[in-house]
Design a protein around this ligand. Sequence first.
Ligand SMILES: Nc1ncnc2c1ncn2[C@@H]1O[C@H](COP(=O)(O)OP(=O)(O)OP(=O)(O)O)[C@@H](O)[C@H]1O
Ligand SMILES: [Mg+2]
Length: 310
Amino acid sequence: MAMSAHEVVRFLRTHYGDRASEPGLLGNGEWSQAYAFALDGRALVIRVGAHPQDFAKDEVMSAVASPALPIPAILERGECAAGHFAVSERGYGVFLDDLDEQGMRAVLPALFAALDAVRTIDTSGTAGYGLWSPAGVAPYASWQEALLSVGDGPENPRTPGWRAALHSSATGSGPFNTAFAALKHMAREMPLGRHVIHSDLLNRNVLVDGPRVTAVLDWGNAMYGDALYDAAWFLYWWPWFPAWSRIDMGAEFMRHWRASSSVPHRWRDRLLCYQLHIGLEAQAYHAFKARWTELEYTARRTLELLHGRT
Ligand SMILES: Nc1ncnc2c1ncn2[C@@H]1O[C@H](COP(=O)(O)OP(=O)(O)OP(=O)(O)O)[C@@H](O)[C@H]1O
Ligand SMILES: [Mg+2]
């Protein structure tokens, strides 16, 4: 499925002729590869992958970008020999993941402003909860159902066989089942608001330059549901980044909410509920990928959160 650099060169040559420069590999992602190139001297990125709806969602989101929420514009999408491609503007900066403590502290205000901008995107012309299609339709009638689909629903076609893999792993299904039982209990109490959620705001999807966020990439996993989910994402993954251990991210969120008079109602329960969901999704994903160390980590982290030992 993966497209070699050679094939990308050939595709750009046939598609754009002399207007395109030689591409250079930017990153080999989980779902696509990205190459930087120039078209008529303009810095762009071509991504090639199997899931055209991911690129289409990026396009939908670039239409609602703003200075606080920069999202590279998509210039062209289509099919090619290796699947689907999207050509977009190139974002510059360093990945959020790679920041040291000082760098992270410097960008926190812009990061919170980006999260606020995501939360205020108008969802009135869209429907449903959970992972949305480029047309703005998500499959679940309630947020609760969307959350519970991690353990109740049919297997996600992108992670086939994860249940069996988890079951036969050294970690086993026990930690998943315990956390899922708790999620079932908590999900009932979650609010019904429908906001855009990015749901993958790490993993080299956010570019920053000093105190500025310069690009928020990869909206393929975006959902409709409670905007606090994106805050829970940071809290869940924070300990994975030793460089940030002296930043109390929960306290930073609270400081931001207080300053903007927007402390979320019942934030403690909501953040815990979504962190359980994130931990369950992660276990399913790592089991599918046969990443046993990460599976063990996420299983343990999720139970620790559940038992209030973090
Ligand atoms: N418009 C862009 N500007 C700059 N860098 C980009 C752009 N689009 C993608 N990238 C970078 O290229 C790499 C591959 O991204 P891609 O979206 O193709 O795959 P992915 O599955 O998201 O990868 P990853 O697992 O690294 O997030 C990522 O590190 C991403 O940050
Ligand atoms: Mg990505």
